[in-house]
Design a protein around this ligand. Structure first.
Ligand SMILES: NC(=O)C1=CN([C@@H]2O[C@H](COP(=O)(O)OP(=O)(O)OC[C@H]3O[C@@H](n4cnc5c(N)ncnc54)[C@H](OP(=O)(O)O)[C@@H]3O)[C@@H](O)[C@H]2O)C=CC1
Ligand SMILES: CCCCCCCCCCCCCCCC(=O)[C@@H](N)CO
Length: 336
């Protein structure tokens, strides 16, 4: 009996899919890696509060040797006590302002060679640019971007030697934000500082892969931390509405997602489902070590661009409505 062409087509689809997956497996770069943290030195900046403190707890609980850096010695001591109480691990603490390259170099040299560097420190004071003082703009760029440059410059030489001597891959993980994947009302300076970390990370990964060092970029949504509580008091209403599109998350959940991605040597680390969709929609020319994720990125690009257009349509409708209502309020109060 002649084989119906439909059977051939049905047979052809899984063969084509499998061939495509094999092609992706061959081409994805850098090749995936396992980065152990048990017994290794994890250095976390901003480790005295919020996400950084949750990361320090998680890393200590997984058997890492933990160092935390921040400005306030008091908060560092309190963080060290909480880590000891929860995990029995004695974290090393270093007080320095990441804006001071020499202070950072001193702290990193004192801490000794690092296996996993987590550049987590960050500040965020959302406000419409027109109202924002340029000093605040510079402050966010200096802490979030220049501070990260200072840390990597100080830690990289010894990390290279250490990775070579131990034969284990090392990791440089940088804390971005979903506001580092999409610009959000009120976050002109903050988004700029976080988008810049994307360019830094993509370029740096090409520079350090030969030294068995993997770069990870972490993209949390709004996260319940002391910094966020402070931010929430002053951020513009439209910022809260638009940023709220991705919901909120606990610092512990960001820490778990971050460490899991770091240990797998993943370049882009989302922290929730919206973040996973956002990561695919903004994958661009980012490195990708997983052929499955690469397949989803290729297959989902078109649909997710459509979803992104719907999000923009929704956000601009909210902005338009907000301005219409506020001009009605102003007219009603006779302020126009
Ligand atoms: N909370 C959120 O909604 C989200 C946060 N993020 C990012 O996560 C990171 C941590 O945020 P979060 O945990 O909320 O922040 P917190 O404000 O709770 O903690 C910030 C930490 O950074 C330290 N820090 C601040 N400025 C400096 C500096 N100049 N030098 C050294 N250390 C500094 C603080 O210690 P000290 O003040 O003593 O120096 C503190 O340990 C940031 O990069 C932020 O952009 C990303 C997405 C969402
Ligand atoms: C195509 C699919 C799209 C999927 C959903 C996109 C939703 C994007 C929302 C952006 C949220 C920005 C949060 C910033 C958090 C932060 O960094 C501040 N709290 C300061 O710390």
């Amino acid at each position: 009996m002649a084989t119906s062409p439909y059977y051939l087509l049905l047979l052809l689809i899984p063969i084509l899919l499998l061939s495509f997956l094999i092609l992706l497996y061959v081409i994805v770069r850098p090749r995936s890696a396992r980065i152990p943290i048990k017994g290794r030195h994890v250095f976390i900046t901003g480790g005295s509060s919020g996400i950084g403190l949750a990361l320090a707890h998680q890393a200590a609980a997984e058997g890492a040797r933990v160092s935390i850096l921040a400005r306030s010695s008091k908060r560092l001591e309190e963080a060290r006590d909480s880590i000891r109480l929860a995990t029995g691990v004695e974290a090393a603490v270093f007080s320095a302002d990441v804006r001071d390259a020499e202070a950072v170099a001193r702290a990193v040299n004192e801490a000794g060679p690092i296996d996993v560097l987590v550049c987590n420190q960050g500040v965020f004071t959302p406000l419409e640019l027109e109202k924002q003082d340029l000093k605040e703009v510079k402050f966010m760029i200096d802490v979030n971007l220049m501070g990260t440059f200072h840390l990597i410059k100080a830690a990289l030489p010894a990390m290279k030697v250490r990775a070579k001597d131990t034969g284990f891959p090392a990791s440089i993980a940088i804390m971005s934000s979903q506001a580092g994947q999409v610009g959000i009302y009120g976050y002109t300076a903050y988004s700029a500082s976080k988008f810049a970390l994307r360019g830094l990370s993509e370029a740096l990964q090409q520079e350090v892969i030969a030294d068995n060092i993997y770069v990870s970029l972490i993209f949390p949504p709004d996260t319940e931390t002391p910094g966020f509580a402070q931010e929430h008091e002053t951020r513009p209403e439209l910022t809260s509405i638009i940023a709220g599109s991705s919901g909120g998350i606990k610092a512990e959940d960001v820490a778990k997602a971050s460490l899991s991605g770091i240990k797998s040597g993943r370049f882009i680390i989302p922290c929730n489902l919206d973040g996973a969709l956002l990561a695919i929609a903004t994958s661009g020319l980012a490195p990708q070590s997983s052929c499955i994720t690469a397949f989803i990125e290729v297959a989902g690009a078109g649909f997710l661009r459509l979803a992104a257009l719907f999000y923009q349509w929704h956000w601009y409708s909210i902005i338009e409505k907000w301005h219409a209502e506020s001009s009605l309020r102003n007219r009603a109060s006779g302020r126009l």
